[in-house]
Design a protein around this ligand. Structure first.
Ligand code: DX5
Ligand code: ZN
Length: 225
């Protein structure tokens, strides 16, 4: 299992987005998480394809676009064109989830599916063979800086079990409330792509925050039970 830190730019200073993101990458971030919100599916607005296009020019690592929007099919081509590498969509909004995941692949991006805290992992059984990653939301989507929901650990563990039973290869990502107090638990449950916003960009030295979080995550794999 390759543990990767996925800094979420939502908590960064947007006036110096490229520079801040690169500090997080220097600290060990190996994928950059981009939160796209539409004010409908979630009660917040963030960014769209033009920002992805600008980031693409200055960021070397894969861009992981988390679409918290009601009509992802409409925007997938634009995000792909802008330079997204991974695109994930919420199970809760996709009427034709299989089609949407194929749409992402057909645009040359790695498809991911996301579930909210109240959505059971069992809703994904028919698409687990299609996805590059499954993103378990460990807070309700819409805002950074919220408190980690502990039941997410059971969902991560269930996804790890299902992957082993079915000999699949999807990666397990977790997003929301990941910090020095929760990161070891999610790694021990089986998460390997660790999204973190406030813990990286919130305060202090961005590079050092990223490095410390990644070190703690990697150390947790050694004490895995
Ligand atoms: C929340 C977003 C997260 C957010 C996480 O809807 O999907 O990616 O940036 O922020 P923290 O790490 O501060 O909980
Ligand atoms: Zn996110």
């Amino acid at each position: 299992m390759k543990i990767e830190l996925v800094p979420s730019i939502l908590a960064s200073n947007f006036a110096q987005l490229g520079a801040d993101a690169n500090l997080a990458i220097e600290g060990g971030g190996s994928v950059l998480h981009v939160d796209v919100m539409d004010g409908h599916f979630v009660p917040n607005l963030t960014i769209g394809p033009p920002v992805v296009k600008s980031l693409r020019k200055v960021i070397k690592v894969p861009l992981d676009c988390h679409l918290m929007i009601e009509n992802p099919d409409q925007f997938i081509p634009e995000f792909a064109e802008a330079g997204a590498d991974w695109i994930s969509v919420h199970q809760e909004v996709c009427k034709n989830l299989d089609r949407t995941l194929h749409l992402i692949s057909s645009h040359g991006c790695k498809p991911g599916v996301v579930i909210n805290p109240a959505t059971p992992v069992e809703t994904l059984t028919e698409v687990l063979d299609l996805v590059h990653h499954v993103l378990v939301m460990s807070v309700n989507p819409g805002f950074g800086g919220q408190k980690f929901i502990p039941n997410s650990l059971n969902k991560i563990a269930a996804l790890a079990r299902m992957r082993a039973e079915r000999k699949l290869e999807y990666r397990i990502e977790v997003d929301g409330g990941i910090d020095m107090t929760t990161v070891a638990d999610v790694v021990k449950a089986g998460a390997e792509l660790l999204v973190a916003g406030n813990a990286v960009f919130g305060k202090g030295d961005i590079r050092a925050n990223a490095a410390q979080l990644l070190d703690t995550a990697r150390a947790a794999t050694l004490i895995r039970t």
